[in-house]
Design a protein around this ligand. Structure first.
Ligand code: ZN
Ligand code: ZN
Length: 671
């Protein structure tokens, strides 16, 4: 910078830099961006992809180089993310041009892979422009949007290693793909109606009814008539129906065998969201952002979306269209559409065309399929905003496999995750690659999904785990899987894992902390079911300082489907006398007696300190939910009631006691 005082000299002095960038920098328009800012600043040199990131040589006048580096740091494309940038002085070579060079592959090297991203504003504009060659083309995309993770089989991210290899680009698409100044330069899924994938409409028996735009227009008409349509989306099939048609929604519930669990609804744009729900700026940014998740929102009573979509709820999960296919469907039907995972309860989302026809046979009336294969199953992500902060409930589409940065260098570890709402994690260097939501590990399909996804992550990020971490619970499918893997095995207490994850997420794994864990089920060392803990410790170890009192759970885990029974058990244990509160008087005398006998004799009645079961009992005692058809229903509906009270100014006080324990239980993972 001192050189600048001699302006005359600087004007002629040429400098050269070698720059390396790590992060999400491939498949996101990074090289064309570098090319453009190089030309804008009269910088000569080159840029190329490597197996670990992007490398470039830049040569020019000092002030121009400063401007170039400033742009490199501050003007990156929307999907790119720089994790590390190194700049070294080099000797000028007298270069005059700036070029994009071919990729340099290195074995063992890896880099983050971009998640799939919602249709960008430029593509949406073209999609809706009758003069554009991609008008109403349901697979329009560019370097700033479209499928990524769901179509990638291996790295480097190049078309032959994606499911797009089946389609040869037409000359016009090829020209866009080869032009560094085009928005579709090296957009691997680039396609058009001439050369790319297309949609087909089939009936329940797999007979073709219509293709291409004709199929889209007929689907819209069918949806408006109340049909249930299986739609092949980004990461799997979704089941769609008119969210303003109670009969259609009820039919979907019956066929999916899901009587109460809320469905998500897709609406055309933010303006329409405001007609159904209350949203603030944070929620609007989430809904309209590149990940475009489902966001849980306060539901207007005047909304045209029927209550059958989310029975007993004042909250609704809304999302915006995130693929061109969804944009067309929503505009053509001009109705809010239920968009729920294409599966039976608890199974993973259906992915392949044959699989959808087989597994969704008794659910869907019609199938809107297409011929671009999905490599990875990818559910919709679910978020909510509390106290102005966005919180994930389910992290999948739009987020995974983007890694979480670690505050330390990690050995290669595989953490296999728990039994319900499973996700696994692989670590390497300073990255934690947390998988997308896998699901409940209680059926064969989910186990296969787990195995396939884990194999993909290991391949993409080149991780050979030296340590395999698993839950202490001996009967979890993931525990059995972990014990069959080579490497050092580490059993982690469920709630210590929660504490360690929170501390690491906050960047302070070694700081002493009080961890308050309010959970449903975690395997403990004393044979009881643990669910609420006050732990003192850090990521390395902990002491259990307090927990909720242990109470009997007649029937064990099966009782979670019957909150009334939990309430009975808690009443019988905690309250004197045989009087039942009015809300439990509907329970049969036989069941009351059964529960009494089970507790008295200790028959199939483990003890639990679960916060989830406490919520179940309170929910049943207040007459909110005595029978549950999906996991956590009683707690979710109790929360609805509590929030309504909070909004109306009523407050309720629930008293509970802690039973100090204080035994030290030592550590989990030693890093
Ligand atoms: Zn785009
Ligand atoms: Zn084309």
């Amino acid at each position: 910078m001192a050189d600048r005082t001699h302006a005359g000299q600087v004007a002629t002095a040429r400098r050269a830099l070698r720059i390396t960038v790590r992060g999400v920098v491939q498949g996101v328009g990074f090289r064309p961006f570098v090319y453009r800012i190089a030309r804008e600043n009269q910088i000569a040199g080159w840029v190329r992809n490597t197996s670990w990131g992007v490398e470039m040589a830049a040569e020019g006048e000092a002030a121009a180089l400063d401007a170039f580096v400033h742009a490199l740091r501050h003007e990156i494309p929307p999907l790119a993310r720089i994790d590390a940038l190194t700049i070294d002085e080099a000797t000028p070579d007298g270069l005059r041009e700036f070029e994009i060079l071919h990729s340099e592959a290195q074995t063992g090297a890896y880099q983050p892979v971009s998640p799939d991203t919602a249709t960008c504003a430029d593509c949406l504009h073209e999609l809706l422009d009758p003069a554009d060659r991609r008008y109403r083309y349901p697979f329009i995309n560019c370097t700033n949007c479209g499928p990524r993770f769901t179509i990638i089989e291996d790295v480097p991210y190049d078309r032959p290693l994606t499911t797009m290899r089946a389609f040869d680009m037409c000359p016009t698409c090829r020209h866009e793909y080869d032009d560094p100044l085009d928005r579709r330069f090296h957009a691997q899924p680039n396609a058009c109606p001439v050369c790319g994938p297309h949609v087909t409409l089939m009936d329940a028996d797999g007979r073709v009814l219509a293709e291409r735009d004709d199929a889209l227009r007929r689907v819209a008409a069918l949806l408006r008539e109340g049909a249930i349509v299986a739609v092949k989306g980004l990461g799997g099939y979704q089941l769609a129906c008119d969210a303003t048609d109670a009969a259609a929604v009820i039919r979907l519930r019956q066929r999916k065998r899901r009587p109460h669990k809320p469905y998500a609804v897709m609406v055309t744009d933010l303006e329409e969201v405001r007609r159904h729900a209350e949203i603030d700026e944070v929620e609007a940014a989430l809904l309209g952002g590149p990940a475009a998740p489902i966001v849980l929102l306060p539901w207007w009573s005047g909304s045209s979306i029927v209550r059958e979509v989310a029975p007993h709820m004042d909250t609704i999960g809304l999302m915006l269209p995130y693929t061109p296919l969804h944009h067309i469907l929503l505009r053509d039907t001009a109705r809010p559409l239920v968009m729920t995972s294409g599966n039976l309860s608890e199974e993973p989302i259906a992915r392949d065309n044959d699989e959808a026809l087989r597994r969704l046979k008794d659910i869907a009336d019609y199938y809107l399929v297409h011929n671009r294969d999905i490599h990875s199953r990818y559910d919709d992500s679910v978020w909510f905003v509390a106290a102005g902060e966005a919180q994930p409930v389910r992290r999948a589409r739009g987020y995974a496999p983007d890694p979480i940065g670690l505050p330390f260098e990690a050995r290669p570890i595989l953490a296999v995750g728990g039994e319900l709402k499973n996700a696994f994690c692989l670590t390497r260097d300073r990255y934690a690659f947390v998988s997308q939501h896998i699901g409940d590990m209680e059926n064969l399909e989910t186990l296969e999904h787990f195995g396939e996804t884990l194999a993909l992550y290991r391949r993409l990020f080149r991780v050979e785990p030296a340590i395999v971490a698993h839950d202490m619970h001996p009967d979890y499918a993931t525990t059995r899987y972990a014990l069959e893997q080579p490497g050092e095995h580490v059993a982690v207490q469920h709630h210590h894992a929660h504490l360690a994850a929170c501390l690491t997420d906050a960047g302070m794994p070694d700081e002493p902390a009080i961890g308050v864990i309010m959970d449903g089920t975690g395997y403990g060392l004393d044979g009881h079911i643990r669910g609420s803990e006050f732990l003192l410790g850090d990521a390395r170890g902990y002491r259990r300082a307090a927990h909720l009192a242990y109470l009997p759970l007649p029937g064990g885990d099966a009782a979670t489907r019957r909150p009334n029974r939990i309430a009975l058990a808690y009443m019988q244990t905690l309250a004197a006398g045989d009087d039942l509160p009015p809300t439990l008087r509907g329970v049969s005398a036989a069941e009351v007696e059964t529960v009494r006998t089970m507790i008295a004799r200790g028959l199939n009645t483990p003890f639990t300190s679960s916060a989830g079961r406490l919520f179940d009992a309170v929910s049943a005692l207040l007459g909110v939910c005595g029978d549950a058809s999906y996991e956590a229903q009683a707690a979710i509906e109790l929360e609805e009631v509590a929030q309504k009270d909070a909004r109306s100014g009523d407050t309720a006080l629930y008293e509970w006691e802690t039973a100090p324990a204080g035994e030290a239980e030592g550590g989990g993972i030693t890093a």
